[in-house]
Design a protein around this ligand. Sequence first.
Ligand code: PBG
Length: 337
Amino acid sequence: MPDNFKLDLIHRPRRLRRTASLRALTEETVLHAADFIAPLFVVDGKSRPEEIKSMSGVFRLGIGDLVKECCALHRLGVRAVALFPKLDPKLKDHEGTQALNEESLILRAVRAVKQAVPELAILTDVALDPYTTHGHDGVLTAEMDDVENDRTVGILTRMAVMQARAGVDLVAPSDMMDGRVGAIRRALDAAGFSGTGIMAYSAKFNSGYYGPFRDAVGSAQAAGTRLLSKATYQLNPANRREAIAEALLDESEGADILMVKPAGLYLDIIRDIREVTRKPVAAYQISGEYAQIHAAAKLGWLDLARCRHESLIAIKRAGADMILTYFAKEMAAELGR
Ligand code: PBG
């Protein structure tokens, strides 16, 4: 090849990548602090935050610290938090009865946060896994070989109404039972909470990447329930059509926001659902996605700030309007308001 080789090109896409200004002008996807929802773990009677081993930088917080964290997030421009309780194992039972206690940890936490930062939107999971000894998202049959769909949904409707009464802005059914969104919508309306929204975990896959979260809330037992796996209710990771069908069902039952979970491994599903609905689409960058990036960064194999940013850009680019992520606070601090 001679040294003076010249292509006769009209189109040279690199022209627009030449300087930082040109790159900024042509940037198609931009992250903002308001895109993020911060998942937070709350625990009873902890004087000091307790770090979750498999999730560097994520802590279980007592209610006092939780309130402080919510104020800090709000100051940084984060508009919403998703609260998860870590129960004292002594309070768990087969039926998850603590889920229907008016003085439960999560409801006390919601009331405290609402009082301190009323503008901050609060989401809470509607599912029984933090409350059951077996760690499943619903109640089991006598033979313990299945989660009883309809009886579980009945409990979830009551749970959702209690959460709405405590001040939750969006209830988030994460159980994947059939018909739960419609039943929760009717129950909320009947109880006078027509303004409380539903963010449905619509396409929630049966993922191995939930491991660190199950450490965090202590629901890991379900993985080991001999007769029963979450595969009987969560989606098969192989199924794309079924994920779209689930999302459309939730929309028809009255979901206000449709969520895909996990996020980074399911970008095709985020895009598919974005294209079939006009509702907002949320994606949950889950514990395992977070832990992977952190673990590799700790070993010096990945650059944390770059990979964190890239992982979230990919999720937004795929079509997510909002992202639940354990990186919410660092990202908001990095991006500014
Ligand atoms: C439970 C629930 C799970 C997560 C949120 N709600 C895990 C599960 O289904 O076992 C996972 C979140 C994460 O991994 O970050 N209903």
